[in-house]
Design a protein around this ligand. Structure first.
Ligand SMILES: [Zn+2]
Length: 375
């Protein structure tokens, strides 16, 4: 056999091995994370129950229902609108595995953009998964993409035109769930998911909707609640409640001219009171250094410490980083404060839940203490 033929066979064999390893690693992301049905969950439905067109599509996703005594009041929590913001879906999972409903109903969608969990963003070097230790073993969670998997929605247009306003954004934003509301029944997969969530809110007459996010530490709206004008009273009471617990948080009004986002469109198109929350996640930031599981979980990054010293950030940043316990703790505690604030204003129709993990407990015991064993 000729020498170059042998070289070609070796190269081809190497390419086959590399593709097999990479392929199985990519395919592994299509398997959804295990979420354990907590004792407070009364029913699990799929979003397609509210919009049947989603059935069997990669946009269909679980809706965990925790139903207490019916007084007509309910809350919807959206985790995983952006699957590269881990405190968002982890906080939603914590509610599912811990909260016990007493009065009113809680709906939790932990993977609002289910398709976005099946891939991660190219050229970001983000880990595909991260692991949390619990007293009963390890729990593994996906670190997904900001947007719908392009395999499920392709191609992107050059310019994304938001359907109901005509707002134009860059083409890839067509796969961003938080630019697609109120959605369209005959739109893209992303718009259909938005439409399904809007149908749920309308049919269930959801009183309050909370959309959980994280943002880069250099992004101006961070450690913040963004509220639609009609949810401003609820949001300002919540901010006061958090400040009384020494949790610094700012309040931002939903910009009128930024369209397609939950805190704008859900307020304009439905009767729900929409709020959006942001925490600081270095692993999605542009100034970060090495990007690995440790960065996702601890937020420790020397470049962000340096940026903070130069006054370039909108959140405090030191050698302690922003650990996942703090970020999930901020989300869960804010949800508890939103409930308190609602009850303060509406004592005759309260929302009441037991077994809500406390902020200090989360910081001292860690997230693992609040995650159930995998059955
Ligand atoms: Zn986000």
């Amino acid at each position: 056999m000729q020498k170059h033929t042998i070289t070609a066979i070796i190269c081809l064999a190497g390419a086959i091995v590399a593709s097999a390893i990479a392929g199985s690693s990519f395919l592994a992301m299509r398997k959804p994370d295990k979420i354990i049905r907590g004792p407070g969950v009364t029913e699990i439905k799929m979003l397609s129950e509210w919009f049947p067109d989603l059935k069997g599509s990669p946009g269909d996703t679980e809706v965990y229902i925790m139903e207490g005594a019916d007084n007509g009041v309910s809350m919807l929590v959206l985790g995983g609108t952006h699957p590269n913001e881990p405190a968002s879906h982890l906080a939603a999972i914590l509610l599912i595995e811990n909260f016990l409903p007493r009065t009113g109903t809680l709906y939790v969608i932990p993977r609002a953009n289910a398709s976005g969990f099946t891939a991660n963003d190219p050229q970001e070097g983000a880990p595909q998964h991260f692991t949390i230790e619990t007293p009963n073993g390890l729990r593994v969670f996906s670190y997904g993409s900001r947007a719908t998997n392009p395999i499920h929605q392709w191609p992107d247009p050059n310019i994304y035109i938001h359907a109901s306003s005509g707002q134009t954004l860059s083409g890839s934003e067509t796969r961003n769930l938080n630019r697609g509301y109120p959605g369209r029944a005959d739109g893209t997969l992303t718009e259909k998911v938005c439409y399904g969530i809007v149908q749920l809110i309308k049919e269930q007459k959801v009183t309050i909707t909370v959309d959980l996010h994280e943002a880069s530490p250099e992004y101006p709206v961070i450690n913040a609640i963004v509220a639609h004008p009609k949810a401003m009273q609820l949001a300002s009471d919540t901010v006061l409640g958090l400040e009384m617990q020494d949790i610094k948080i700012s309040l931002e009004p939903s910009p009128v001219n930024l369209r397609g986002l939950t805190h704008r469109e859900l307020g304009d198109f439905t009767d729900t009171l929409p709020l959006l929350m942001e925490t600081a996640n270095a692993s999605q930031g542009r100034l970060r250094g090495r990007t690995d599981e440790a960065l996702v979980l601890t937020g420790k990054d020397k470049w962000y410490v340096r940026a903070a010293k130069l006054g370039r950030l909108y959140v405090p940043y030191d050698e302690n980083g922003h650990p996942i316990e703090e970020r999930v703790g901020r989300h869960v505690t804010a949800i508890a404060e939103i409930i308190n604030s609602w009850n303060w204003e509406h004592p005759e129709t309260p929302l009441e839940f037991d077994n809500i993990p406390g902020y200090e407990d989360l910081l001292s015991k860690g997230l693992g203490a609040y995650l159930l064993p995998v059955q």
